[in-house]
Design a protein around this ligand. Structure first.
Ligand code: NAI
Length: 348
């Protein structure tokens, strides 16, 4: 099948080429972001493959549908950039990669925790400059600390498993209790209790209307003194301005590690080192010694990219053959069945 891949980055092409060897799709790589203005580039192409920076609003989806696109294959787990109701209305099936490597994201969250705790970012620069002064590098033992996991799905569970190995106490908050997490030793509490008791809070819930700015000024005020907040989920779950103010005012939050940022679309995934960044909150956060920022790279492991490319292209093959895996289909609430049936119907 002909597949137009938008927003493709150098780091992912080899994985898609390799995954495509047995599948024989015609892959059309394109570094353009997909939006209403560029959607015409997919004219007469039945499958469009997108990254989380592409804008799949109703206007873009309408242009795609008019051009004959039938399948939107997300090469991500998150799908908050897609208007699912519009996709269903326009007869576009949406598929994603629900779980490509939960450990990759969990391990990155822990990399941020350890970097902040042991001041690795400062130590790295000091040693390179011949400065072996240890003042200002004091950390704490992870062993015995309480880790609060918000969202105990696949990534939250992977994090819980690793943190148990660190001999940490585990608290969880979720709208659904996960028996795997209970087996690992996670104790479910309400969000207020989790914030009050946790030395480190790590966010692993999706971005929804309920979780937008879940961590706001009020909830930052409920956190344990000298605590750490890690966000590898979605930027808008945290009110970054409120975090900046909390850090400026001396707490209770003391450390902040983030891989995702609410306004990341205009910043991340490109080299902006020669331009002036006009986002004052982001720029201010980069000046804090107790803030570590990575540019949405938690998923960036060999294993994760291999799985993303494989599942994405298998989704295209399955769609073509008319037997999409139900767990890979994304649909707006209430229209799941119709989309699955449509996919099956296209078979014959
Ligand atoms: P999942 O669907 O397995 O788990 C999400 C959990 O959040 C579920 O247990 C769900 O019940 C819970 N949840 C939903 N609404 C909630 C609420 N209001 N409060 C508390 N918990 C709530 O998803 P998975 O695979 O663990 O991924 C989690 C998130 O991680 C994704 O939605 C995505 O935004 C983010 N992610 C980030 C990546 C990165 O590179 N930084 C890569 C992959 C995912």
């Amino acid at each position: 099948m002909k597949v137009a891949l938008f927003s493709t980055h150098e780091f992912e092409r080899e994985f898609f080429m390799r995954a495509n060897i047995p599948l024989h799709h015609e892959l059309l790589f394109n570094s353009e972001t997909l939006h209403q203005g560029t959607a015409v580039m997919a004219k007469d192409i039945p499958a469009v493959c997108v990254f989380l920076t592409d804008e799949l609003d109703a206007a873009t989806l309408s242009v795609l549908a008019r051009g004959g696109t039938k399948l939107l294959a997300l090469r991500s787990a998150g799908y908050n950039n897609v208007d699912l109701e519009a996709a269903a209305r326009l007869g576009i099936t949406v598929v994603r990669v629900p779980a490509y490597a939960p450990a990759a994201i969990a391990e990155h969250a822990i990399a941020l925790m350890l970097t902040l705790n042991r001041h690795i970012h400062k130590a790295y620069n000091r040693v390179r400059e011949g400065n072996f002064d240890l003042n200002g590098l004091l950390g704490f033992n992870m062993s015995g600390k309480t880790i609060g996991i918000v969202g105990t799905g696949k990534i939250g569970t992977a994090l819980a498993r690793i943190m148990r190995g660190f001999d940490c106490e585990l608290l969880g908050y979720d709208v659904i209790r996960n028996p795997d997490c209970i087996d690992i030793g996670v104790r479910y509490v309400d969000l207020q209790m989790l914030l009050a008791k946790s030395d480190i809070v790590s966010l692993h819930c999706p971005l929804t209307s309920e979780t937008k700015h879940l961590i706001n000024e009020h909830r930052l005020g409920l956190m344990k003194p000298r605590s750490m907040l890690i966000n590898t989920a979605r930027g808008a779950i945290v009110d970054a301005h409120a975090v900046m103010e909390a850090l400026k005012n001396g707490g209770p939050l003391l450390y902040f590690g983030m891989d995702v940022y609410e306004e990341e679309d205009s910043l991340f995934f490109s080299d902006r080192s020669s331009t002036i960044i006009s986002d004052d909150v982001f720029e201010r956060l980069t000046t804090f010694p107790n803030v570590v920022i990575t540019g949405h790279q938690a998923f960036l492991t060999r294993e994760a990219l291999t799985a993303i490319a494989h599942v994405t292209l298998c989704n295209v093959s399955d769609f073509e053959a008319g037997h999409l895996k139900a767990e890979n289909i994304v649909a707006a609430k209430g229209i799941e069945a119709r989309q699955s049936t449509d996919a099956t119907a296209s078979e014959g």
